[in-house]
Design a protein around this ligand. Structure first.
Ligand code: R5P
Length: 325
């Protein structure tokens, strides 16, 4: 189970926030909201591609937060986070928290078939071995991921922020919140409660990383305007397939799409454009690729992360920031 952790007390100084390549501007926004400058560090690469990290200011005795989003390129961002943690630990940081707005590998949380790795567990083990004291994550693909960690994991949510943005979609009582697959049903239920709308679920089967198929919709979508919600959009295949199923079940055109993590890779722009929703709302948990021709709205989670850092630093409750059931 790794080495015993030293007891942390609230006498430590800080907080100090460090960024890496993943989520750089979000880290700057979080630090700015707390009236802080980002910690000084040097990140570079050796000619053979190895990452090298050096912290350029004293962190001895400080409460340190490493804000690194592990979106694409996932492995490079992850290694930067691990090396940054190691540099801070060796430099005497009193407490080390990784704030990971988008947690790469979270979807690999079980073996869907034999002879498969469970990537999320491997990443959790790496973070434990990296000397971190705690992880903060946002709208994980599966909340059960917390059980992969023996250190505390604080699971924050952007759902109230995104629901507030969806409230202005002009659908009124004729809307329906849609989970594009069974895995998103609880999430859709949380949106539906906040928006006071009914829920529908599209039944999806994933064929590969890029391909999905759907087979029916549960719930009444006939003549209603769908608001499709999900934890993340990667290739957009799930949303595109859900929109087709909804149309086949008699819904009106999709009014809006909302997801916490907008990876938007591998042709997602074209797939989402084909859905023709009036709004596509994501957060800044990962940097959205440039040049997408979509009615994209980006809601910042910097206020949530800044409050979380402040509360954790002061050993105060996170109750109003964490993901509920
Ligand atoms: C999967 O269960 C997730 O919640 C998302 O629905 C999925 O990962 C989105 O991926 P894509 O956009 O590539 O279909």
């Amino acid at each position: 189970m790794g080495r015993p952790r030293e007891r942390k007390t609230s006498s430590r100084t800080g907080p100090v926030i460090f960024s890496a390549s993943g989520g750089l501007s979000l880290a700057g926004a979080v630090a700015g909201q707390l009236g802080l400058q980002l910690g000084k560090r040097d990140l570079d690469r050796f000619p053979d591609g190895e990452c090298h990290v050096r912290v350029l200011e004293s962190v001895r005795g400080h409460d340190v937060y490493l804000l690194v989003s592990t979106g694409p390129p996932v492995e490079a961002n992850l290694v930067e986070l691990l090396l940054l943690a190691d540099a801070c630990r060796r430099a005497g940081a009193a407490r080390l928290t990784a704030v990971i707005p988008y947690f790469g590998y979270a979807r690999q949380d079980r073996r869907a078939s034999g002879r498969e790795s469970v990537g999320a567990r491997v990443i959790a083990d790496l973070l434990e071995a990296g000397g971190l004291d705690r992880v903060v994550a946002v709208d994980l693909h599966s909340p059960a991921l917390e059980g992969f960690f023996s250190m505390p994991l604080e699971h924050l949510t952007a759902v109230p922020l995104l629901a507030e943005a969806l409230r202005h979609s002009g659908v009124g009582a004729g809307g329906v919140v849609v989970a594009p697959d069974l895995g998103a049903a609880r999430l859709a239920d949380r949106y539906a409660r906040l928006l006071e709308l009914p829920v529908a679920i599209v039944h999806k089967t994933r064929l590969s990383g890029r391909e999905v198929s759907t087979h029916g919709v549960s719930g009444d979508v006939d003549g209603r305007q769908p608001l499709i919600v999900d934890d993340m959009i990667s290739t957009g295949g799930t949303i595109e397939a859900a929109a087709k199923s909804l149309a086949a079940a008699g819904s009106l055109p999709v009014a809006a799409i909302a997801a916490t993590h907008g990876l938007l890779v591998a042709g997602a722009g074209e797939r989402l454009a084909a859905v023709n929703a009036r709004r596509v709302i994501v957060t800044d948990s990962v940097a959205v690729p440039p040049g997408l021709r979509l009615p994209l709205e980006i809601v910042s989670i910097a206020p949530i992360l800044a409050r979380a850092v402040q509360h954790l630093h002061e050993d105060r409750s996170l109750a109003d920031l964490v993901a509920g059931s």
